[in-house]
Every structure is written in C-alpha cells, then in structure tokens.
Design a protein around this ligand. Structure first.
Ligand code: UGA
Length: 444
C-alpha cells in the first residue's frame, strides 16, 4: 500500500519506518527542510534503539522517503497519517493548530478518495474537527471527494518505540466506516499475525482510549509515590510493599515503581489535557487533578530528602553534587518534563554546583541549559566523581547505574551520602560501606 505520513517526530518517524519495514511504500512529510534533508542523508533526529539502521535500510530500498512537498505526498498515499505535535496550550489543553493545518493541506490537495488517520494524541472530538477542516477546503475548491477520518492512537514507549510498533499489543482503530476499517486492517495485517490485535470501535472511544491508557498508568505511578510518602512517615519500606502488592494479578508488577515523579512528553501533557477536556464538558476530574498534583510534588521530593539530610537548604550552598541521569527515563535522550530539571533548578537556587552524567542526554542538557558555572556535563560517569564532590544523586534508572563500586563512592563522596531517586540500591549494602542512604519511601 502507499502511505503518507505528516510529521517526522517520534510517532511519525517510527510509524513510517515500521510500515516501510513490512513492505509498504511510505513517504514522510515535514515542514522542516533541514530535518528532511538530514533524514534523506541518514541523519536520524532522535535517539531510539533500532531506529537508525531500520530507517537507513528502508530508505536505501526505496520504500521510505522524506519530503517537504505536501502536495506530492497527498497524491502518493492511499492512507494519509497525521502525526504532528499537539503541544500543551497555556491552559494545559492540547494545541491542535498543527493537526488542523495538515487537515487543511489535505483538503487543498487531495484529488481522489482518501483514508485520513489521526495518529497524534488528540482530544476527543478532534476527528470531527479534522473532517470539518478537510470538507471546508474541498468546498472552497468546489470539489466533492469521499474521505474518512480514522482515529488510530499510538502506544509507543520512548526507548522501545520500534519494538512496540513492530510488536503491538493492540491496534486501536476508531471509525464508523466499514471501508475505512477494511483499509486499516489491510495496512496493519503484517503486524497482526498470531492473534488478532485489532480493536475496532467508534472514533470518540478510540480517541478516549489513548488518554485513558496513559491516565491509568500515570495514576498507578502517582498512587505508588503517594504510598511511598506514607511509607516514609510510618517507618515502612515501599519496596517491600511493592513486592507485596504486585503479585496480585489484579494489580500487576508494571508501573508500580515509586520514584522522582513521571516525566516525558506524554503523561504530564495527557493527564492535564484529559482533565481539561473533562472540564470543558463541565466535569471536574478530582482523580486526574490529584494524579497531576501528586506528581508535581514528587518532582521536588529528592531535594526535600537532601534538605532533611543536611538540615535545610542553606547547608547546600557551595556543595558539589554528582548527578547520575538527566533523561526522563532510561534509553532516551529526552528531557521533556524530566524530574532532573526540577532538581537542578532547586540545587542551583540553593547555591550548589552539579556535575551531571547521562549516557544519552548530554547534548540535550547542553541545549537546554547552555554553559553555566554551576553545571558541568560530564562525558564519563567517573568524571562526576573527580575533583572533589560531596554527594551523589541518582535520578534516572539507567542499567549502568545499578551496581556502582560503593567502596570507591565512600572514598570519593565527602559527605558520604547517596540519594537514590529510583530505589536502585539495597540500603543495607550502601550503609555497610559507610555511606548514608536516602531512597524513595524507605522509612525503615
Ligand atoms: C508513555 C506510555 O508508557 C506509552 O504506552 C505511550 O504510548 C506513550 O507514553 C505516549 O503516549 O506516547 P513514555 O512517555 O515513553 O510512554 O514513557 P514511560 O515508560 O511510560 O515512562 C513515563 C514516566 O513514568 C518516566 O518518567 C518513568 O520514569 C516514570 N515511571 C514509569 C515511574 O516513575 N514509575 C513506573 O513504575 C513507571
């Protein structure tokens, strides 16, 4: 099949590449000429395991190409995906200007019947707005052409996006049109081998499914962070509690890890946007607002632990802190809404200096913060400990941070203390090496 994809961000690029990988002919469109030029020359704008070789192989085979020419792409595709960004507005609702601009472009240029697919995470009701924008442009041209707008939300995790796309656990398709659903089934047939992963439904349910999935996962995290904060106070260890509840299959092991709060481009934005949608329908979502509020507070928790250890923020003035991790989670260079950003701001505000290391996010941190006297971005983890450092904070659970040499840390850290924002370490082991240990929800 011929597929056109608008937007070469995470969602568009990964989806387009995976569709090409299974044999479809794919063209990806972006208004950013430099990005398109780079992609045509093998420069992949994001770090995502497995993506680069897949883009290169499919580009070389001619199944995947990149262009800025929207009209060409619309003429090419039987199916046109909208996978552009929906950044949060000032009030937290999703900004649809890019999605609707693509819809208008489709209406301006289409010359035959099309299936238009909303892949971006968009509020309930967006498919209707996309259809209206396309119809409006067709009317201006005085052309009548059939098109269907399908909602097909994505469930990719950063760091595992290629894997999630190639082996989806479900493919949600929302449309009232049997013919559009048939087209989507044909498109996704290669991903649907061993058992049927397609879930078809009406458009609004599909749109809400995406938000419900992310809101549920964010709720699990905030719930566990709330339990962790209670555990800390009552003298319990949330890690035991986690193991004690996860074995109940109704609760499950996933997404019950307490930590420094969730970040990224999805959960914070989607929880707020869904709460906003509810409010627009005159429903105050007490739960979603609480999930968000708990997360906001949690992002400040590591600093609070540091204050407790040092007996106030003032004692942090002049300290040098080693920070392991900057990305909002492992296997990505993404720092959007990362908890590390809040911690850095708090440490700088308190007058501390930071030596930070992240296996992937160094450049991103440099781009965000620029050169500053109170931040050294290190190329090696060992560099964070060189030249006199007072304490270690771990904020992203990269595998390589899991078993450090505690003996060496005890020598290097002047204040002999570790703040473990992801509960990676065994407190007893750390303490046996003569270091103080602070974790999340570990009030033993
Ligand atoms: C999330 C969802 O997991 C995907 O299913 C969804 O498709 C995607 O959003 C999206 O809407 O595009 P992602 O934001 O890439 O994916 O990252 P997650 O792995 O979900 O992690 C989000 C945040 O939650 C991270 O900061 C992570 O550290 C935190 N987290 C996760 C916890 O604090 N505890 C946990 O138990 C799990």
């Amino acid at each position: 099949m011929h597929v056109s994809i608008f937007g070469t961000g995470y969602v568009g690029l990964v989806t387009g590449t995976c569709l090409a990988e299974v044999g479809h002919q794919v063209v990806c469109v972006d208004i950013d000429a430099a990005k398109v030029d780079g992609l045509n020359h093998g420069v992949i704008p994001i770090y995502e395991p497995g993506l680069e070789p897949m883009v290169k192989a499919n580009h070389a085979s001619g199944r995947l190409r990149f262009t800025t020419d929207a009209a060409d792409a619309i003429a090419f595709g039987d199916v046109v995906f909208i996978a552009v960004g929906t950044p949060p507005d000032e009030d937290g609702s999703a900004d649809l200007q890019y999605v609707l601009a693509v819809a208008r472009t489709i209406g301006k240029h289409m010359t035959r019947p099309l299936v238009v697919v909303d892949k971006s995470t968009v509020p309930v009701g967006t498919a209707d707005k996309v259809a209206a924008a396309i119809s409006e442009e067709l009317a201006k041209r005085d052309v009548e052409l059939r098109f269907d707008v399908v909602s097909n939300p994505e469930f990719l995790k950063e760091g595992a996006a290629v894997e999630d796309c190639m082996r989806p656990d479900r493919i949600v398709i929302g449309s009232p049109s049997d013919s559009a659903i048939a087209v989507m089934k044909k498109l996704y047939a290669p991903f649907n081998r061993n058992h049927d992963r397609m879930v078809t439904m009406d458009v609004r349910s599909a749109e809400l499914t995406k938000y419900a999935a992310n809101a549920m996962l964010a709720t699990k995290i905030s719930f566990m962070n709330e339990m962790a904060n209670i555990a800390e106070r009552v003298g319990a260890d949330i890690e035991h509690v986690r193991k004690g509840i996860g074995s109940d299959p109704r609760i499950g092991w996933h997404f019950i890890y307490p930590g420094a709060g969730y970040g990224g481009s999805c959960f914070p934005k989607d929880v707020q946007a869904l709460a906003k949608t509810a409010a627009q329908y005159r429903y105050e979502s007490l739960l979603l607002n609480a999930v968000e509020a708990v997360n906001e507070r949690q992002k400040g928790h590591l600093f609070e632990l540091m204050e407790r250890h040092y007996g106030g923020a003032a004692a942090l003035r002049g300290k040098t802190i080693a920070l392991w991790g900057l990305a909002f989670k492992p296997n990505t260079d993404d720092m959007r809404e990362a908890s590390s950003r809040r911690l850095l701001e708090q440490l700088w505000e308190a007058g501390a200096k930071v030596r930070a290391y992240d296996p992937e996010a160094r450049e991103e941190a440099q781009r965000i913060f620029g050169d500053r006297d109170d931040l050294m971005l290190c190329d090696l983890r060992a560099d964070t400990l060189a030249g006199g450092v007072d304490a270690l904070v771990v904020i992203t659970e990269w595998k390589q941070f899991r078993s450090p040499d505690f003996d060496m840390l005890a020598e290097r850290l002047h204040d002999r203390v570790i703040f473990d924002g992801r509960n990676l370490y065994d407190p007893e082991e750390v303490e046996a090496n003569g270091l103080a240990y602070w974790g999340i929800g570990r009030g033993r």
